[in-house]
Design a protein around this ligand. Sequence first.
Ligand code: NAP
Length: 447
Amino acid sequence: MRVAVIGSGPSGIYAADALVSQEDVPVEVDIIDRLPVPFGLVRYGVAPDHLSIRSVRDTLNKVLQKPGVRFLGNVTVGSDVSLADLQACYDAVILTYGASSDRRLGIPGEDLDGSVAATDFVAWYCGHPDADRERFERLLPSATSAVVVGVGNVAVDVTRVLAKSVGELNHTDMPQHVLETLQSAHITDVYLLGRRGPAQASFTTKELKELGELLEADVLVKPADVELDPVSAALAESERGVGRNVDVIREWAERAPAGKPRRIHVRFLSRPVELRGDDRVDTVVVERTRLTPEGSVEGTGEMEEIPADLVVRSVGYRGTPMEELPFDERSGVIPNEDGRVTRDGEAVAGYYVAGWIKRGPTGIIGTNKKDAVATVASLLADAQSGALSEPTTPGGIDALMAERGVTVVSTAGWDSIDEAEKALGASRGRERTTIHDRDELLRSAIG
Ligand code: NAP
C-alpha cells in the first residue's frame, strides 16, 4: 500500500511512524510538505528558547530516516499537485497540515499597522520562509509598549520573547536578523491580557512560571485580578493545573518589583474592545469584564486605555480548507469520524485526517501521537476490508513532479539542510542557526 501524508509536522510524522511500524499491511509512506524542510510547528511554532521541546525534532527525524518513509519537501498540494493527482498515485491520503491561519478579534482597529497575529510573529522569529521580515524589522525597533491579547501558551511564548534580553536568546537557533531586530527593539512594557480570570487561562504552569524568572523583566499583577469568585475558587481547588497557575499568579501579585528595565503586566478580566491610532496603533481600549455563571464573560462598561505601538493577537490558530474536501467553517476542521474524512456523515473513501486539522488547535505535541495512531487504525481497517482503491498512475508522484519541473527536497536534501544549519550555527558558537530564506534552503538541499 502507498500512503501520502500531507504535512510533516508531528501529527504527519507520527502517522507515518504508525504506518511503517505495523506488520499487517506492508506500507510505503511519502510525507509531502510545501516547505523544503520538515517538522511543521516543531520548527516554526515551538519557541526557539524552549530547547527541550524543540529537541522533539530528533525523534521525528528518526522516523524520516526509517525504511518505507520518504520526505517530499517543496511540494504544494493545490498548485504543484492536486488531491486528484494524489488519489491516482496513492491508496490513501492522510491530511495533517494543521491550522496555519489565525483567529480574529473582531474589534475596530484590528487591521491597523502595528497590530499583528501571533501566528505571523511566531513564524517570523522562528525563521519561516514566508514570514514578513520587512514588517517586523520596521515595527519592532520603533516599539516601546506591546499588548499581547490572549492567555494561552502561544501568548506566553510571545510575551517571553518580547521581554527577554538578546543575551537570553543568543543560544537559540533564531536567524541572525531576528536576533538583531529584537536587540534593536526598546520595548519596556508588555501587557498580557486575559478576558477571563486566572482560573480560566489556558497556559500551563511550567510555561507561565518562566515569565517570573526573566533577567530583565519584572512581572506585575494587580491583587484585584487574583481575587477569585466562588466558581473559579472551586475550579482552582479541584483542578491541579488551575490551582498551580493561580498560585504562581498570586505569588507575583505579592512580589515587590525589582526595578528591572522591562515590565510584564499580567491582566485578567480585561478584553480589548478597540485599537486606536492614525497610521499605526497607539492605544488599546480595554474593558473590564466579569465572569457570567456559565463561565463566559460580559463587559462592565469600565474602560482603560493602554498605550501600545505593537499589538499581538494571540487568540488561537485556525484551520483552512483543502481544495474540494468538506470543511467545518465554524470549528475550522475537516469533518471526520475516527479520522475518516466525512461528507454529510458519509466517509469520503481514501481520505483521512490527523492532528489540528482533525480536532482543532489544542493539546501538546504528544497529543498528536495518540491522535495519529487512532487515524492510522481506521485507515488500516479500511485497507483490510477492501474499502480503498489502488493507485492508477504507474510512475507515481516522482514522474509527475519531474514532468512538472518541481524541485522536490528528499530526505537526503533535508539532511543537507540540517548539516548546513548546524555549520552556520557552529560558525557563531551555537548548535544551529535556522536558514530562513527559501532559495538558500533549496540551494543547501541540492548541495
Ligand atoms: P489557546 O490555548 O486556545 O489560547 C487562546 C487564548 O485566546 C485563550 O486565552 C482565549 O481565551 C483567548 N481568546 C480567544 N478569543 C479571544 C477574544 N476574542 N478576545 C480575547 N481573548 C480571546 O491557544 P494558543 O495559545 O494559540 O495555543 C494553541 C495550542 O498550542 C494549545 O494547546 C497550547 O497549549 C499549545 N502550545 C503549547 C506550548 C507549550 O507546551 N509550551 C507552546 C505553545 C502552544 P478564552 O479561554 O476566554 O477563550
